[in-house]
Design a protein around this ligand. Sequence first.
Ligand SMILES: [Zn+2]
Length: 211
Amino acid sequence: MTETALREAIVRFGRSMFERGLTVGNSGNISARLDDGWLMTPTNLALDRLDPAQLSKLDGDGRLLSGDVPPKESFLHIAMYRERAAATAVVHLHSTYSVAVSCLADVDAADVLPPVTAYYVMRVGALPLIPYYPPGDADLADAVRKLAGKHHAVLLANHGPVVAGDSLEAAVNAIEELEETAKLFLLLRQEKTRFLTAAQVAELRRRFPAK
Ligand SMILES: [Zn+2]
């Protein structure tokens, strides 16, 4: 995909996610890998108001080359890219149901959500919880880096998900699947529920290995 097409795709996905309530206000950010750096949605700009020419363009060291100032959360994206050579896009949202799950006490921090559906297992897999740190804290970047090699999706405690993909569309689809699964999980919390069994999950992982 050319840089021009990538810029337009970021704007399109940003507007789509904003209009469907997946993120509100100025929250959430999207990035995509270029041959020599990254494109990122700028700070303090709602995802339905993006302009392709305004996107922050960063070099391989994370320095701003052109466009508006990148978000304070750019380090979350860069931590993912550094640990995942095949990742070409990263999406971070403050999507309501995922944030709600990120605030629950007594969850399994190694894998927060149960295997509710096959598509969750295929698109997200396991979802580790990263302990709470204030926004912009360097320890948060370290914590993401430690898990990003093994997980393309992580959940920041009392904050929200960060998801990488081998395409922008894959990253968007995975974070949307995560958000829907968080919603289902909360809907089912008071119900006697049949989740997928360990054998069913193992069979999905055999048929659809993670990239
Ligand atoms: Zn955030």
